[in-house]
Design a protein around this ligand. Sequence first.
Ligand SMILES: Nc1ncnc2c1ncn2[C@@H]1O[C@H](COP(=O)(O)OP(=O)(O)OP(=O)(O)O)[C@@H](O)[C@H]1O
Ligand SMILES: [Mg+2]
Length: 353
Amino acid sequence: MESLEQLHGRDALLEELVGALERHRLVTLTGPGGTGKTRLAEAAVARVRDRREAFFVDCSTLTDGSRLAAALSAELQLTDERGPEAAVEAWLDGGPRLLALDNLEQARGIGSSVERLLGAAPELRVLATSRAPLGVRGEHELPVPPLGLPRDATPEAVEASPCGAMFLERARGIGRLRGPLSGEQAADIATLCRRLDGLPLAIELASARTRVLSPAALLRRLDEHDMSVLSRTDGSDRHRSLEAILAWSLDLLNESERRVLEAAAVCAGTFGLDLVATTSGARDVLPEVEALVSSGLILVDEELEAEPRFRLLETIRLGVLGQLGNREHALRKAHAAGVAAILDTWEPRIDSP
Ligand SMILES: Nc1ncnc2c1ncn2[C@@H]1O[C@H](COP(=O)(O)OP(=O)(O)OP(=O)(O)O)[C@@H](O)[C@H]1O
Ligand SMILES: [Mg+2]
């Protein structure tokens, strides 16, 4: 069922997605947990329904990609005595269809199953959502960024921004924040949106807290790195808290990717490959950084420079730091040594006229 809550700030992306589905047979929405991939896929399914049959299938419990046909036949209630593969193929023969496969990142080997499905049904289009791309040839990747932040801290800018509007809709929906925003409230909400990186799930969890905590009180807790304010007791397990959603992502990483992510978390602001390498104690971190960028855990800074710069979403950084325990000290020392080494290479240039 489509959500009763408004879809904020996605007009252009939804247009782009619907257009991409006309041109490509496999479109994958990627991005970190809670960025709004599922929500956007649902909206796209609703949009294309007047043109072709469209189905939305939640695949979040599928861990073995080779069982896709079985999952589909169960979800769509297809039966065939020859087995689930045959049932799905017979169903796909029925005409042009859009199949939205939601939440695929945990399904091992899903790429080849999706490829086989597309090969068997020439009229089929697949809209996948996954924190990382499926790695299928011809896949069209569409990253889902967080919501747009307020341009400045005025009430008008907060109301006009997708992120501010989402926060206000939810907070007003539970009876808080009645009437027009004061300058002070707007400033707090603008800061909150920024601190939460405009991540829809974080905005949702924070706005639900306004039943008890003002935006200023929420900010104070975030300043103290108290992530527990971003949690709730209902909803799917994965979406109960920011920590839960991060744990789900971390579980999908291998040991060296996890080490590189931890090194990145102690680098405040933007950082380059060399610094993460020195901090993590590895020589070459390119493969790991590439995997982490793919799964939306590390962002590539927009500015294109000779050497790439990266950053972490603040919410992810705080979550990773929170799990470091006594490893943090050693990492910080390695980081400081890395920064000192970089400054050394600058010195000759600083001295020159
Ligand atoms: N543009 C939006 N406007 C309003 N609410 C949104 C928007 N995008 C997402 N949400 C809400 O934020 C929450 C998280 O979004 P969603 O479940 O789509 O994230 P996701 O990227 O699919 O996360 P995951 O990777 O964990 O599956 C949901 O409750 C959703 O309804
Ligand atoms: Mg999802």
